[in-house]
Design a protein around this ligand. Structure first.
Ligand SMILES: *[C@@H]1O[C@H](CO)[C@@H](O)[C@H](O)[C@H]1NC(C)=O
Ligand SMILES: *[C@@H]1O[C@H](CO)[C@@H](O)[C@H](O)[C@H]1NC(C)=O
Ligand SMILES: *[C@@H]1O[C@H](CO)[C@@H](O)[C@H](O)[C@H]1NC(C)=O
Length: 258
């Protein structure tokens, strides 16, 4: 009997607690839903990029105060527009000379910021804020770097060719794939990754190709977060033995060892 009473009390307490959590969650969600969802923008190292921010209605905002800031730095201002011109007073030093607004666009409610010569350290969350309108929106800038791989012939005898693929200057760390002429994945040696003092990655890998018949081998280097992919092809002529009609196959150092 006493146990049931405790159970009942507990259940009552618990449901009150859940209700409180639910209404708190609703409150918090409502608060956020008034803001536009964070936009993701990918820029490549050295590029110029536009961080979008605009009002729904094309009203002239050039007389208002406009603020662009990095949310992870304090004060983090990278562009402040005040009294119809830029106020460079509190600007983050690394952004000096690299940010601009278009006054033509400000006349139509478009506060999009151009950031030039993008650096790896520019990656982060940016806030566009118009204090007088209480208008706030966020852009997440992802910075990448990519370069075309180079294939070298490491050895070449009558039955097989060993190819090496190398690609320098990637960010973030990419993956390297070998493909045959039909786009099938080849098993190859492990990808070696080096990181330079500039924070960029160099990847390389070797594959052994049997010369059963002529083939076009592709080395593809790709990075998912930045949606970058670069590839290079190498033609491997087949030799003419008696087995030239049979299907070619590919072996790799790793599968040999197993
Ligand atoms: C990724 O890149 C491909 C080719 O460049 C493009 O067609 C595709 O729309 C991109 N996807 C995203 C999510 O950016
Ligand atoms: C391997 O050597 C042969 C003979 O010199 C040449 O014809 C062939 O193109 C070479 N293969 C590659 C992949 O360079
Ligand atoms: C190689 O194959 C081609 C086409 O099948 C043929 O014409 C040529 O005579 C062959 N060469 C040798 C050295 O067997």
């Amino acid at each position: 009997m006493a146990l049931c009473l405790i159970c009942g009390l507990f259940t009552l307490r618990f449901s009150t607690f859940i209700n409180a959590v639910l209404s708190l969650t609703l409150l918090v969600c409502r608060g956020y839903s008034q803001e536009a969802p964070t936009k993701q923008i990918v820029a490549l190292l050295g590029d110029d990029v536009v961080l979008p921010c605009s009002l729904e209605r094309p009203v002239d905002v050039s007389d208002l105060q406009l603020e662009w800031a990095r949310t992870d730095l304090i004060p983090g201002f990278i562009y402040v527009w005040e009294k119809n011109k830029e106020n460079v007073g509190m600007k983050q030093p690394s952004y000096v000379g690299r940010t601009s607004l278009s006054s033509d666009k400000l006349n139509h409610g478009d506060v999009s910021l151009t950031l030039s010569k993008v650096q790896l350290s520019d990656e982060g969350l940016y806030r566009c804020f118009i204090p007088q309108l209480g208008q706030r929106s966020y852009v997440h800038l992802i910075v990448g770097s990519a370069s075309t791989p180079v294939i070298k012939v490491m050895s070449n005898d009558s039955s097989r060719v060993v190819l090496q693929c190398e690609s320098a200057g990637w960010y973030p760390e990419p993956e390297l794939l070998w493909l045959d002429g039909e786009g099938n994945l080849l098993s190859a040696g492990p990808t070696e990754t080096l990181r330079g003092p500039d924070d960029l990655y160099t990847v390389s890998s070797r594959v052994t190709v049997e010369k059963r018949h002529s083939n076009s081998i592709t080395c593809r280097v790709q990075q998912r977060n930045t949606n970058q992919s670069r590839e290079t092809h190498k033609h491997v002529p087949g030799n003419n033995d008696s087995h030239s009609e049979t299907n070619y196959f590919i072996i790799s150092p790793s599968s040999c060892a197993v």
